[in-house]
Design a protein. Structure first.
Length: 135
């Protein structure tokens, strides 16, 4: 059961990281693939398209660094065998919050508003598609 919680935390954090990046940035980070693996075109991926925030080159560079740092931190947490599943989940949630704050700090007010509107719409779609968790 704890592995499910950790897995959900990792998937949630990864989803948020991708949601806050521009489509170009997400493709650049996603270009590292295993042998024989193909990358799905954005139009073929499930889920709503991310908004085009018209990031400046400087914002794109900052976003890339934020995402690379967060991924490295999450990889380190996941590979740390001394942590329990609950500890891993807590650390991943902390990384998610930190990443969110860093991303928000580089966006303009208009970009923040556009991102929040997309996020609200996306969360509404997601909650309609997924059944509530059973305890």
């Amino acid at each position: 059961m704890n592995s499910k919680i950790v897995r959900k935390g990792v998937l949630f954090a990864a989803g948020v990281l991708l949601a806050y990046g521009s489509p170009v940035l997400a493709r650049a980070v996603g270009n590292v693939q295993e042998a024989g693996q193909t990358q799905t075109a954005p139009a073929q991926q499930n889920g709503p398209a991310r908004p085009d925030l018209n990031l400046t080159d400087d914002q794109k560079a900052q976003m890339k660094k934020i995402h690379q740092d967060a991924k490295a931190q999450m990889d380190a947490v996941n590979s740390d065998s001394s942590l329990s599943a609950d500890q891993k989940q807590a650390k991943i949630q902390g990384i998610h919050r930190q990443t969110h704050k860093q991303v928000e700090s580089i966006l303009t007010p208009e970009q923040k508003q556009q991102q929040r509107a997309w996020h609200r719409a996306h969360q509404g779609d997601k909650s309609e598609q997924e059944p509530p968790p059973s305890n």
